[in-house]
Ligand binder design. Structure first.
Ligand code: ATP
Length: 247
């Protein structure tokens, strides 16, 4: 079943026409990579999905779980089940690891009373203990202020915090490996693989093509606001896409 679908989306920053007819589909349970160079429009695509302004989507539709969410406010989109790990990991740097995770618990508790999953399907909200199993490094550092964590640890915390959202169906990761050392990239990638194995659908925005393709089922390539390629991982590996990608 198609979980997320973009159909001919045009997005603008003021007069700048950035996304020029972007279409893509993500099926339930898939890991999809959205690839492209700096400035290709990847983050603009994420923001168009989550209703974060700017940009402004002036035409086209974004559908999620059967609903047209194009004009929905961001909070409603989050409640509908889309969680974003934004580029640059926005943490509460003065709070400890555990306090950061508990902050989302407060949000979950109030949301759960507002909306309970009607169908009972999909993965449940992850408990803090389960998150520590997924990211043992975070458990070791549970009392450390998050501002003093390494870049890789901050990325893990940023992902873990998003996994606390109630009724999460789709995880959007905006360049999770950016600026990380190779060994840490591997460990973050393994966690993303485990998350997807637990049934969560993942849209992975990446410049790091090698890592992205290791994880993904299919990929899309964006260039100058247009989708220039779509294919399975094998097809992407065999295609000469160097002009659009950082390989
Ligand atoms: P990166 O990998 O560098 O994050 P990206 O593929 O995510 O790149 P976007 O951030 O979506 O690219 O940017 C697409 C284009 O939109 C760029 O030309 C950028 O300069 C422009 N842009 C991004 N944000 C704004 C903004 N707030 N106002 C005006 N133009 C913007």
């Amino acid at each position: 079943m198609t979980l997320l679908e973009l159909d001919d989306v045009h997005a603008y920053y003021g007069a700048s026409h950035i996304l020029r007819g972007v279409s893509m589909a993500v099926d339930e349970g898939e890991v999809i990579s959205l690839l492209g160079r700096n400035g290709a429009g990847k983050t603009t695509t994420v923001r168009s999905i989550t209703g974060t302004e700017p940009p402004e989507v002036r035409s086209g539709t974004v559908r999620f779980d059967g609903a047209d969410i194009t004009d929905w406010p961001t909070d409603d989109i989050t409640r509908a089940g889309i969680g974003v790990v934004p580029e640059g990991r926005r943490l509460f740097t003065e709070l400890t690891v555990e306090e950061n995770l508990k902050m989302s618990e407060i949000a979950s508790a109030s949301w759960n009373t507002v909306r309970r999953r009607a169908s009972g399907s999909g993965p449940p909200t992850m408990e803090i203990d389960e998150l520590y199993e997924l990211f043992p490094r975070l458990e070791e550092r549970r009392s450390q202020r998050s501002g003093t964590l390494s870049g890789g640890e901050q990325q893990m915390l940023s992902i873990a915090r998003t996994l606390r959202l109630p009724d999460l169906d789709l995880l959007l990761l905006d360049e999770p490996t950016e600026g990380l050392a190779p060994q840490i990239i591997r460990s973050v990638s393994e966690s993303i693989r485990e998350i997807s194995d637990q049934g969560l659908t993942v849209l992975l925005i990446e410049q790091n093509v090698r890592e992205a393709l290791k994880l993904a089922d299919r990929g899309y390539v964006l260039d100058q606001g247009e989708m220039v390629y779509e294919g399975t991982v094998e097809e992407l590996e065999n295609e000469d896409l160097d002009e659009y990608l950082v390989v």
